[in-house]
Ligand binder design. Structure first.
Ligand SMILES: [Zn+2]
Length: 108
């Protein structure tokens, strides 16, 4: 009976690694190493809450919404994925690794 409790050891390890803390607010994928904080209501409009998003998701939001549009969406409870471009992005990014990043703006 010299058996150490290895079995439970690795189970514990795996559980810690595989538990995503918080999913991305926009695309719902687990977050990677780099986490951006996004204001659903822009700071300039009095928004204080932030949500975790991928840097690439944040860029997509910035590229598709103005401050007043964000406020309107937040106040009316409209998901940003109602926007066709954003919906397409979320679909496209769904299979990418969490730390995937590419220049979303064309041209350099
Ligand atoms: Zn995301």
């Amino acid at each position: 009976m010299a058996r150490k409790n290895r079995d439970t050891d690795w189970i514990a390890d795996e559980a810690v690694e595989e538990t995503p803390a918080e999913p991305c607010w926009l695309c719902g994928r687990p977050l990677g190493k780099t986490v951006d904080r996004f204001h659903p209501i822009p700071k300039s409009r009095g928004g204080r809450d932030t949500v975790p998003v991928h840097p690439i998701c944040r860029e997509t939001i910035d590229a598709n919404f103005s401050a007043s549009e964000l406020v309107r969406h937040a106040e009316m409870g409209i998901a940003l994925t109602n926007n066709e471009a954003v919906a397409r992005f979320v679909k496209w990014v769904a299979n990418k690794p969490a730390d995937f990043h590419s220049a979303t703006k064309g041209g350099r």
